[in-house]
Design a binder for this molecule. Structure first.
Ligand code: ADP
Ligand code: MG
Length: 604
């Protein structure tokens, strides 16, 4: 027995530092992009104002970062490659209020253990700089050299001594994509720093330092510089400040959606992080607005007391834990929703000018609620009864623009009213808005209206029912009958007056007043089949599903001719919706064409 323990004692040895670093490197440096991130963060921490990134062969040959930051003296130029060598924290208390990006003091040691690194650095106060070469974690040379103020770190042949890791690298295209994303995230969080990215001798990005004092303004400039013209005018600013948390940033308008999650930038205290839950908060704010399988663009910065967030859960520092994740989730979600609501997509009806206008960017959007509970008022569509002055005196004014009364364009007008509404091919509604032209899809718009109304009714159980003259008895297949029984309470809330009868039949005495008259018989059947289809395909919760099914079934179809007052009422009700700009399945309900766009097309 004692032999074994003696043996065991001899087995345990402290690893040589180079080996420990190499093992740690597995955690810190998973791929070229992680090395770039560390070296870039060091440049930021060093107070650089200008940073250049030079890559060769997707980083496998060279990752070099040149900064004009504080530089290092002779001792530090060597010491920085040692594990746990850091100038950024000195005590355990510092860990509580980390402001710099780095702090673990292991990045350079790790990188240097799996690459050939050349460091050149000089402080402004020093006459001469230092050059240190490290290979596989061993310092090979260290000597004074001529170099400009700041630091250049060149990481060559990453993983040259870890064949397994090298073989695990993905295609050059994939590695480059990760490198670019890393560059983008660092550039976004530091808009006042100038950046340049060169790959295989070609300029990929040249980003000037953004001068604006306000971070949001600077960020907007940086977003334009990074992502180009496509993003201009398509970014919605979001933001809010509380004593606990401040949120600032931009989300892309729904049409900027992407196939992948690549362009989702979330920052916590300036640090780019991935956090599924908070990404989801943003994502759900876009529900319905973007097609399934795609993701919104966003660059959002959260700032909060560093002691309320733990960034030290993973060596790559990409994960964070919050002490109140649920609260932050809800806060973020409501902010993004509010931002989207105030986006340019949503015309606001301004009472003082008697015409539509788009809210100024960033202005809070207050949906007009006068169409709310429209189930109890009569609507324009079959089965909803004859409209009683479709929109009331207030809304009547809204569509009569001053221009319209000044120069009536008689020919294009609908129904003799001096309104600017046209129906195109019995499916689209065209109307003038202050910024240009708006086109609505009548079917999608009505679906949205009916959907929200149905959801509301299911929750409150206030759906209006219209009684049938002759109650109908309908017989169901066994599966459908079970489903119907499951949904009975919700169906009643919607306004169905139904009762199960003997066997598998039900008697229908009344249907929701939204439903076109004449289809009372097939309506339940149709809703059930749509419901089953949605359940398989979309896996939506049952209430939403039922509301969707009803809306889909009852919305006015393309090919339905609408009178002017019907169109007006439709638009009015649409803008009373919470999410007016997409149907419940994500198709847009409206598009706008700015007058500038038309001018451009006509080469003006
Ligand atoms: P950390 O950033 O966690 O402190 P690193 O291994 O990344 O650890 O860097 C170690 C130390 O090297 C830093 O604390 C800093 O003092 C110094 N250093 C690294 N890069 C630079 C740079 N570009 N300019 C100035 N100092 C640097
Ligand atoms: Mg660092």
């Amino acid at each position: 027995m004692s032999d074994v323990s003696v043996e065991a004692e001899r087995l345990i040895r402290v690893m040589p530092e180079t080996l420990a670093n190499k093992i740690a490197a597995g955690e810190v440096v998973q791929r070229p992009a992680s090395a770039l991130k560390e070296v870039l963060e060091n440049a930021i921490d060093a107070g650089a104002g200008d940073v250049e990134v030079i890559l060769k062969s997707s980083g496998s040959e060279l990752i070099q970062v040149v900064d004009d930051g504080c530089g290092m003296g002779r001792e530090d130029a060597r010491a920085c490659f040692r594990r746990h060598a850091t100038s950024k924290i000195t005590s355990i208390d510092d860990l509580e209020r980390i402001r710099t990006l780095g702090f673990r003091g292991e990045a350079l040691a790790s990188i240097a253990s799996v690459a050939q690194v050349e460091l050149r650095t000089k402080r402004t106060a020093d006459d001469v700089g230092y050059c240190v070469r490290v290979e596989g974690g061993e310092i090979i040379t260290s000597e004074p050299c001529a170099t400009k103020d700041g630091t250049s770190i060149a990481v060559k042949n990453l993983f040259y001594n870890v064949p397994a890791r090298r073989n695990f690298m993905k295609t050059p295209a994939t590695e480059l994509r990760h490198l670019v994303e890393t560059f983008q995230s660092i550039a976004l969080s530091n808009p006042s720093i100038a950046f340049r990215l060169v790959h295989d001798g070609m300029d990929m990005y040249r980003l000037p330092a953004e001068q604006e004092e306000d971070f949001g303004d600077a960020l907007e400039g940086r977003l334009h510089a990074l992502f180009g013209a496509e993003y201009e005018d398509r970014l919605v600013r979001v933001g809010e400040q509380t004593s606990y948390l401040s949120v600032e940033g931009f989300v892309g308008e729904p049409e900027l959606h992407k196939r992948g999650r690549g362009e989702q930038f979330l920052f916590v205290n300036g640090r780019h992080v991935r956090n599924r839950s908070l990404e989801h908060a943003v994502f759900t704010s876009f529900e319905d607005l973007i097609p399934e399988g795609s993701y919104p663009f966003f660059a959002i910065f959260l700032s909060l007391d560093p002691s309320r967030v733990d960034v030290n859960v993973h060596p790559s520092k990409a994960e964070v834990k919050f002490d109140d994740e649920r609260g932050i989730y809800n806060f973020l979600k409501s902010i993004v929703r509010k931002g989207l609501g105030s986006a340019m997509l949503t015309p606001q009806i301004s009472a003082d000018t008697d015409r539509w206008s788009f809210p100024a960017e960033g202005a809070p959007f207050t949906p007009s609620r006068h169409g709310e509970g429209a189930g109890t008022t009569s609507g324009p569509f079959p089965g909803q009864g004859e409209p009683t002055g479709p929109m009331g005196p207030r809304s009547e004014q809204l569509y009569r623009t001053p221009e319209a009364s000044r120069r009536p364009d008689g020919d294009e007008k609908v129904g003799g009213d001096d309104t600017l509404l046209w129906q195109l091919h019995e499916r689209y509604i065209l109307t003038q808005i202050r910024s240009g032209l708006m086109i609505l899809d009548q079917n999608a718009a009505h679906e949205r209206i009916l959907y929200e109304r149905a959801l509301h009714h299911i929750d409150d159980g206030v759906g209006m029912s219209q009684q049938l003259l002759f109650p109908q008895t309908v017989e169901f297949a066994p599966g459908d009958f079970e489903l119907l029984k499951e949904l009975l309470a919700d169906l009643r809330a919607l306004g169905f007056d139904v009762e199960t009868f003997g066997g598998r039949s039900v008697v229908v005495r009344g249907v929701p007043s939204d439903i076109r008259s004449g289809d009372e018989r097939s309506i339940l059947d149709d809703i059930l089949s749509q419901y089953k289809l949605n359940r398989e395909r979309l896996k939506v919760p049952s209430k939403e599903n039922l509301a969707k099914s009803l809306a889909r079934r009852s919305a006015i179809r393309p090919g339905t001719r609408l009178a002017a007052r019907e169109m007006r009422s439709l638009i009015d009700q649409l803008f009373a919706c919470e999410m007016p700009y997409a149907c419940p399945n994500g198709r847009p309900t409206m598009i706008k064409i700015p007058i500038e766009e038309l001018d451009k097309r006509f080469s003006r």
